[in-house]
Ligand binder design. Structure first.
Ligand SMILES: Cc1ncc(COP(=O)(O)O)c(C=O)c1O
Length: 470
């Protein structure tokens, strides 16, 4: 055994040396001291890390390696990071990754990770309290929203096609999903054996909100074609534009026709912790399942998702696996979580949200959601009032689509230039064939002054590009 493999003194010494390195990364990021986005070629990064030599010979100094590595990482805490829907990790949650690394109580079965399982069960109950399913429902944490969507759709399949686990599917089942739903829905339909062609798009309005009338029409057409509707999928909120589908309307339709309603709330279900914004999920108690990520709006690092169900029995029996080395019929303590997930071994992911809640309280997370949603409304007004700029629509969540001018190709070039410079990180979206610039306001430090500088820079870049886009 190498002398450092299991040497707690090495851990303590290295951690002490790392504290200033990691703290400097956080502080310099929040003060915008460097580029927010750093994109070097893979070969350069590996060369700077001395990767080939280190992996063959070892002997590396972690503080040195981590310093180099962080030099190539994007800066999430920089207020100019307005890019993707990935949380800026809150400080308490960061320690969960450390505890996971130290204890590694991976938990397919209770006896392998009693503390992590207990925390997960406690959090599931907390999530269910927010949806109104506390007494009837159940759920499970998953490594992210895509897997949560898969878990929910698998339960919907078990409900609609109980034979499918053993015999597969015969092509008669379809999913009616918002035309603006996240691509993981189609991906999971393929993995579940339905095929992507069996995800029937329900048309959306100009800002990507699902239309109730369109659902009625699509449902009628599929029924007339002899299809079995496995589930209806709606968004809370839409990834591209941040608008919420009318959940109560859609849920009432689904109840009327006895359809499973899945809400993909990977991003926007966190509004349920906010008194001010929870109305966007009005009617959620009528849905059958919900995906909710904590690594988007609840300040945890990736990954931690939740697949939640209104009825407990929907999860029981969805996964009918055998593993005599893991599962037995003997009476025992706790709950064996992997009997209810796609995964077997799971990280102690619930600790991240637990630590945020334990230190900041639910009120701390509500303030976080409120701040991001409030700020996005301020940025909407600011951008919309600035000559030359326009927004797609008033924001509902913390996503804002806007443009400088109206030329689609210009928006794409502006974003490309901006990313190459690395002083701001924003994304883009195609809305009904037109390109828009897109902000995800994930960082409470992002303020009007940063948006003002962003607009200044976009104007300057557009000036340089103007001959191309006349
Ligand atoms: C609405 C929605 N659903 C699902 C996902 C996938 O989540 P994950 O990246 O955690 O797998 C995303 C990711 O952005 C999303 O916005």
């Amino acid at each position: 055994m190498h002398s450092l493999s299991y040497n707690p003194d090495y851990f303590q010494k290295t951690l002490t040396e790392l504290v200033p390195v990691l703290s400097h990364y956080l502080k310099s990021s929040s003060h915008s001291e460097q580029k927010v986005l750093i994109q070097k070629p893979i070969a350069n990064i590996l060369a700077e890390l001395d990767f080939s030599r280190l992996i063959s010979e070892g002997g590396g100094s972690l503080p040195e390696i981590i310093t180099t590595l962080l030099g190539h990482c994007n800066h999430m805490l920089d207020p100019r990071y307005i890019g993707h829907q990935v949380a800026v990790p809150m400080m308490p949650a960061i320690f969960a990754d450390l505890v996971n690394g130290v204890s590694n109580n991976a938990m397919p079965v209770y006896e392998m990770g009693p503390a992590a399982t207990a925390v997960e069960r406690g959090l599931i109950s907390w999530f269910l309290g927010k949806t109104g399913w506390q007494t009837t429902g159940d759920g499970v944490l998953t490594h992210g929203g895509s897997l949560a969507n898969q878990t929910c759709l698998l339960a919907a399949r078990a409900h609609a096609l109980p034979q499918a686990w053993e015999k597969g599917v015969d092509g008669s089942a379809v999913i009616l999903a918002s035309a603006a739903c996240h691509y993981s829905i189609a991906k999971m339909a393929a993995i579940l054996g339905l095929g992507t062609a069996q995800v029937i798009p329900v048309s959306v309005d100009e800002v990507f909100r699902m239309r109730r009338e369109a659902l009625t029409e699509t449902y009628a057409a599929q029924k007339a074609a002899g299809k079995k509707i496995m589930a209806v999928v709606a968004n809370a909120c839409v990834t591209a534009t941040g608008v919420y589908d009318p959940i109560r309307d859609i849920a009432e339709f689904c109840r009327e026709h006895n359809l499973w309603l899945h809400i993909d709330g990977a991003h926007g279900a966190s509004a349920l912790v906010s008194q001010k914004y929870r109305h966007f999920l009005d009617g959620i108690e009528l849905a059958d399942s919900l995906t909710w990520d904590t690594h988007k709006m609840l300040g945890t690092s990736a990954l931690c998702g939740a697949a939640l169900f209104r009825r407990k029995k929907c999860l029981d029996g969805t996964f009918r696996q055998q593993g005599t080395y893991l599962f037995t019929d003997q009476q025992k303590e706790g709950v064996d979580i992997s009997e209810r997930t796609v995964e077997c071994t799971k990280s102690m992911m619930g600790l991240k949200l637990f630590f945020n809640l334990a230190v900041l309280g639910e009120a701390g997370l509500a303030t976080h959601v409120d701040t991001l949603y409030n700020n996005t409304r301020l940025f909407y007004t600011f951008i919309n009032e600035r000559p030359g700029f326009s927004c797609l629509c008033p924001p509902e969540a913390n996503v804002l689509c806007f443009r400088y001018g109206v030329n689609s190709a210009l928006q794409d070039s502006l974003r490309q230039e901006l990313v190459a410079e690395g002083d701001f990180y924003i994304t883009r979206a195609t809305i009904h064939g037109e390109s828009y610039l897109r902000l995800s306001v994930m960082n409470p430090l992002t303020a009007e002054q940063h948006i003002s500088k962003l607009c200044d820079r976009l104007e300057q870049l557009a000036g340089h590009l103007k001959t191309e886009f006349k």
